[in-house]
Design a binder for this molecule. Structure first.
Ligand SMILES: Nc1nc2c(ncn2[C@@H]2O[C@H](COP(=O)(O)OP(=O)(O)OP(=O)(O)O)[C@@H](O)[C@H]2O)c(=O)[nH]1
Length: 256
C-alpha cells in the first residue's frame, strides 16, 4: 500500500513537471578561448581564473523558460564543451553531429584563435555535408580584455557576414552578455521572439573590473541588426521537429 502511494505521488510530481524541448548546443574553438568558462558562467554562474584543459568533451545542462504571449516555452539546453585539442581527433565529428546549434568561440586577444575558426567551421560543414546545417553562431569572448584586443570588431563582423553567422560579444569573466546570448540562441532555435526587457532580465549583474575609455566603433550584434524575421523559418521548423522527435544525447551525456 505504501509502495502504491509512493508511485502515485511520483506520477503526480511528473505530471506537474513542465515539458522541455531539448537542444544540443556545441561549443567549438581553440584551446583556452574560454568555452568551459562560458558554459560554466551560463549554467552555474561561476567563473574560474585557473585554466584546466578539457580533454575530449564535457557536458553542461541549463533549463530556461522563454516567455511569450501565446504561452511559455521550456527549453533544456545541453551544452557540449569540446576540448580545443579535439580538432584532429577521431571523435570530434560524432560530437558535432546531431547538434541544433554550433557556437564558434574565439578569444579577442588571440588572433590565431580567430583565424582557426575557418578550420572549425569547415569541420562543421563537412560533418553536416548533405544534411541540414545547424544554427551557427560566432562568439567573441574576453570582452573584458578589449584594451588588448587583437581582433578588430570589423574583422569579426566581416567573418560573421561572409558566413551568415549569428554574432555575440561576451565575457565569461564578467558575465557580460553571456546569458542573453544563450537565451537568444534558445529562442531562435525554438522560434520564439524575445523582447528586449525579457533579454535584460536574463543578464546577471556584471562585475566591472577594467575601465576602458577607448572608443571603438562597434555596431549592434548582427542578429539584432538583421532582425529575427529573417531567421530561416525552415531551419526553425527542422530544428524543432528534430528536437521533439528524439533525445539528442548519447549515453554518457546528462539528460534534462
Ligand atoms: N579575462 C578573461 N579570461 C577568461 C575569460 N574566459 C575564460 N578566461 C580564462 O581563459 C582561460 C581558458 O579558459 P577555458 O574556459 O578553460 O578555455 P577552453 O576554451 O575551455 O579551453 P580548452 O579546454 O583547452 O578547450 C582560463 O584561465 C579562464 O579563466 C574571459 O571572458 N575573460
Amino acid at each position: 500500500m505504501a509502495e502504491l502511494r509512493t508511485t502515485l505521488a511520483l506520477e503526480e510530481e511528473e505530471e506537474d513537471e513542465p515539458e522541455y524541448v531539448q537542444f544540443k548546443v556545441i561549443l567549438l574553438g581553440d584551446g583556452a578561448v574560454g568555452k568551459t568558462s562560458l558554459a560554466m558562467r551560463f549554467c552555474q554562474d561561476h567563473f574560474a581564473k585557473q585554466y584546466k584543459q578539457t580533454i575530449g568533451v564535457d557536458f553542461f545542462v541549463k533549463r530556461v523558460t522563454l516567455r511569450q504571449e501565446t504561452g511559455d516555452v521550456n527549453v533544456c539546453m545541453q551544452i557540449w564543451d569540446i576540448g580545443g585539442q579535439s580538432i584532429g581527433g577521431k571523435m570530434v565529428t560524432s560530437y558535432i553531429f546531431g547538434s541544433h546549434a554550433v557556437v564558434l568561440c574565439y578569444d579577442i586577444t588571440n588572433y590565431q584563435s580567430f583565424q582557426h575558426l575557418e578550420d572549425w567551421y569547415s569541420l562543421v560543414r563537412r560533418t553536416f555535408a548533405g544534411a541540414q546545417m545547424p544554427y551557427v553562431a560566432l562568439m567573441a569572448n574576453k570582452q573584458d580584455l578589449s584594451h588588448i584586443r587583437a581582433v578588430k570588431p570589423e574583422k569579426h563582423s566581416q567573418f560573421a557576414d561572409e558566413n551568415d553567422l549569428y554574432s555575440y560579444l561576451v565575457s565569461a569573466r564578467t558575465g557580460e552578455n553571456v546569458s542573453p546570448s544563450f537565451y537568444r540562441i534558445a529562442a531562435d532555435l525554438a522560434g520564439v521572439t524575445l523582447s528586449r526587457p525579457e533579454l535584460e532580465v536574463t543578464q546577471n549583474p556584471c562585475k566591472a573590473e577594467i575601465i576602458n575609455h577607448q572608443t571603438t566603433r562597434r555596431g549592434p550584434p548582427r542578429d539584432q541588426r538583421r532582425g529575427h524575421s529573417q531567421v530561416g523559418q525552415e531551419l526553425r521548423r527542422h530544428v524543432i521537429r528534430s528536437a521533439l522527435r528524439a533525445p539528442c544525447f548519447p549515453d554518457p551525456a546528462p539528460s534534462c
